[in-house]
Design a protein around this ligand. Structure first.
Ligand SMILES: C[S@@+](CC[C@H](N)C(=O)[O-])C[C@H]1O[C@@H](n2cnc3c(N)ncnc32)[C@H](O)[C@@H]1O
Length: 351
């Protein structure tokens, strides 16, 4: 496999089809590894994802909705690598769990149709499919049988300050067991990057209205610090008691203690089941719609800023600066972790 690819890479470069291309992480990973690309086809429907992709790689060929793949003008037998980060909403623990047949996650089967079509013309085509670690076992089994390979499970926390548990199915490096083929990408070496290593000294002006200065409370026995939530009005989530800064949770103790450089997930402020709002050392998983991640630094509880979100997914500072924070957060929360994809692709070269 390596010889075939090495020749291809040193001559014209790889031809890549990236389905559900999002913020184009696959292309950036190839670029960072110095892997030459000839043609890069992107299937994506979100306008600001396309805008960011074209900003960084203006030669990307946008082919639109994946459902129309039979109309695409692509020489399928020339495709060396196909990427698919098919939507995970129906598989994720954060969604309603309709499963792999749900009306978003079933786009995975369109990827299977395309992959099988390419394989019938080029049996050496490489692929990478990603999905959430919280997918249920039946769905993981169905996906594995459709792909003919079992996945490797990697947490982005090994290479970034973010907890992000994901399955990766790939034939870039495989191992045969008694009955099955398994993805054999080794776990990356733990870089032990913590939130304190990536957090910035300052925060965006636009985030100031959501800040809590925990030092400015009155010296009463219990000083409540209010978190203003747009749907519920004022609600007490963070307060000082017994010289501790606490965040309300629905555990027996009723709270988590917050210390410097912790991350807080204040989504669902009125939830009666919410536990573990405070993450020590790392951030919880960024999500497409989650703008309620907070950091506690220098006595201030404030939202995670755009640069920090970029760093949590392993991108350079300012990578998404052409977009608003909300749009950037949506792409980063939905996207792949760049150094993890680089790690996987590195096995295409020389390992
Ligand atoms: C989980 S994200 C993939 C993220 C991507 N791997 C990255 O690193 O940014 C899924 C993407 O699929 C896109 N998508 C959803 N339906 C689609 C369709 N019918 N055709 C093409 N893309 C679609 C979404 O807009 C979203 O960006």
């Amino acid at each position: 496999m390596a010889n075939y690819l090495t020749t291809k890479m040193s001559k014209n470069g790889l031809n890549v089809v990236s389905l559900f291309n999002g913020m184009n992480t696959g292309r950036q990973a190839l670029e960072n590894l110095g892997i030459k690309v000839n043609k890069y086809y992107s299937s994506e429907i979100k306008p600001y994802a396309i805008q960011l992709t074209q900003h960084h790689f203006s030669d990307t060929i946008q082919v639109g909705d994946v459902n129309n793949w039979k109309d695409w003008n692509i020489d399928w037998k020339s495709i060396d690598l196909i990427l698919s980060g098919s939507p995970c909403q129906d598989l994720s623990i954060a969604g309603k769990r309709a499963g792999i047949n749900g009306n978003k996650s079933n786009l995975f089967f369109v990827f299977i149709d395309i992959l099988n079509h390419i394989k019938s013309l080029n049996s050496k085509v490489l692929f990478l499919q990603e999905n959430v670690g919280s997918a249920n076992k039946l769905d993981v089994g169905i996906m594995s049988r459709a792909l003919g390979v079992y996945p490797v499970r990697i947490n982005s926390s090994l290479l970034t300050a973010q907890q992000r548990d994901r399955y990766y199915w790939s034939n870039i490096k495989t191992r045969k067991t008694l009955f099955d083929l398994v993805t054999d990408i080794p776990q990356p070496k733990n870089k032990k990057i913590m939130l304190k290593d990536i957090i910035t000294e300052d925060y965006c002006d636009t985030d100031k209205h959501t800040c809590l200065n925990t030092n400015s409370g009155k010296s009463a026995t219990q000083t409540y610090l209010k978190h203003r939530n747009k749907t519920t009005g004022m609600i007490t989530l963070i307060y000082k008691e017994n010289n501790e800064l606490r965040c309300k949770t629905n555990t027996l103790k009723g709270y988590d203690v917050i210390t410097e450089n912790d991350c807080l997930n204040l989504s669902f402020p009125t939830s009666t089941t919410r536990r573990g709002r405070v993450t020590k050392g790392k951030s919880p998983c960024l999500m497409e719609s989650n703008n309620d991640l907070y950091a506690y630094k220098n006595g201030i509880v404030r939202t995670i800023n755009q640069v920090e979100m970029e760093r949590l997914q392993g991108f350079n500072d300012g990578y998404t600066s052409i977009l608003s924070k909300n749009k950037a957060g949506s792409l980063l929360g939905d996207g792949w972790t760049l150094p993890i994809i680089e790690h996987i692709f590195s096995y295409m070269i020389n390992k």
